[in-house]
Design a protein around this ligand. Structure first.
Ligand SMILES: CC1=C(CCC(=O)O)c2cc3nc(cc4[nH]c(cc5[nH]c(cc1n2)c(C)c5CCC(=O)O)c(CCC(=O)O)c4C)C(CCC(=O)O)=C3C
Ligand SMILES: [Fe+2]
Length: 307
């Protein structure tokens, strides 16, 4: 069967299917090494605190893939066919590519549901997709990042402006932009991750009229090697030391409601801020925001070399 449509592999981190699936998921993240009982209990407790048996990232990714399909159909009717591939859960990245091959797809564009490029994050997704594509004979190109796409910035500026309305605007508000930390060793290879995150932060701050802001890291792994810092918990302490009473959390490295937002920010960071006498509010996540869907669609089309 031959298929003239361009396959679009939409990749995301993946989440367990159920509470019972947490161990297998964590083992996959750890490249086949099972977590210790203590590590597993700690991760399970974090999921229990937020999900109540429903893992929102799964449904959100499904909706984002359908939303992107609709946005692509509006741009170029009939040209693109979206497939899903997850980094650490089923359907895996390789499954998505295999499905394209089964459907007769010969050419594909990939995009990750994360705006910033790092060799350790998006680079890893793209490599797995390309390796599988080579194996099944699909020509493949990858969108690397879209962290300054005007519609992405506009969607985030809207969210910052709405969230600011929850504060007393006459008192100082510290905006804390954040993203998932990575091991410090990414700096050895001129990785663009940090620079891109700062570019997104300053573009949003400028357009939203936010002058009092900092960038900080969150969700660092619990490994022996050093991770990029300062962590948001340290930054909250410093912010309280400077006598701020209001903090706006702007997590720009994530595009969906999931554990790193619903637990690490909404529970852990918010509780820490409360203990330091500070009000803590977070911007809403993009999920299927129409401007985000258009950002993805336009980034795919711009990368499509067969137009
Ligand atoms: C850069 C980056 C993003 C953003 C870009 C992207 O989206 O790709 C991201 C997103 C996410 N990370 C997630 C979950 C987890 N990440 C872990 C561990 C790790 N993350 C890393 C990096 C990233 N992670 C790294 C270098 C590790 C260490 C292990 C390794 O070298 O790979 C662990 C293990 C335990 C722990 O350390 O907490 C968990 C449970 C979820 C899903 C949450 C849900 O299910 O709702 C999401 C969206
Ligand atoms: Fe992670």
């Amino acid at each position: 069967m031959s298929n003239n449509r361009i396959g679009v592999l939409v990749m995301s981190y993946g989440t367990p299917e159920s509470m019972e699936g947490i161990e297998a998921y964590y083992t996959h993240i750890r490249r086949g090494h099972a977590p210790t009982a203590e590590q597993l209990a700690e991760l399970t407790a974090r999921y229990e605190a937020v999900v109540g048996g429903v893992f929102p990232l799964r449904e959100n990714t499904n909706r984002q893939v359908s939303g992107l399909q609709a946005a692509l159909d509006a741009l170029a009717p009939g040209r693109y066919a979206c497939y899903q591939g997850l980094k650490h859960a089923s359907p895996y990245i390789e499954d998505g590519v295999a499905k394209m091959a089964e459907d007769g797809i010969k050419r594909a564009v990939t995009i990750v549901l994360a705006p910033h490029y790092s060799t350790m994050s998006v680079g890893g997704y793209n490599k797995r997709a390309k390796d599988k594509a080579d194996e099944v004979g699909i020509e493949m190109v990858s969108v690397e990042s879209y962290h300054l796409h005007p519609k992405l910035i506009e969607a985030l500026v809207d969210r910052v402006v709405s969230a600011l309305a929850k504060f007393d605007r006459k008192q100082p508000i510290k905006a804390l932009f954040s993203a998932h930390s990575l091991p410090v060793r990414i700096r050895e290879s001129n990785d663009p991750y940090e620079k891109q995150l700062l570019e997104t932060s300053s573009a949003i701050a400028q357009r939203a009229g936010v002058t009092d802001w900092e960038f900080t890291w969150q969700s660092a792994g619990r490994t022996r090697e050093p991770w990029l810092g300062p962590d948001i918990l340290e930054t909250l302490q410093e912010t309280a030391d400077k006598e701020y009473k209001q903090v706006l959390s702007v997590p720009i490295g994530f595009v969906s409601d999931h554990l790193e937002v619903l637990y690490d920010l909404d529970i852990e960071a918010k509780t820490a801020a409360g203990g330091l006498g500070m009000k803590f509010e977070r911007i809403e996540m993009l999920n299927t925001d129409p401007f985000y869907m258009q950002t993805l669609a336009e980034s795919v089309e711009a990368k499509d070399p067969w137009r």
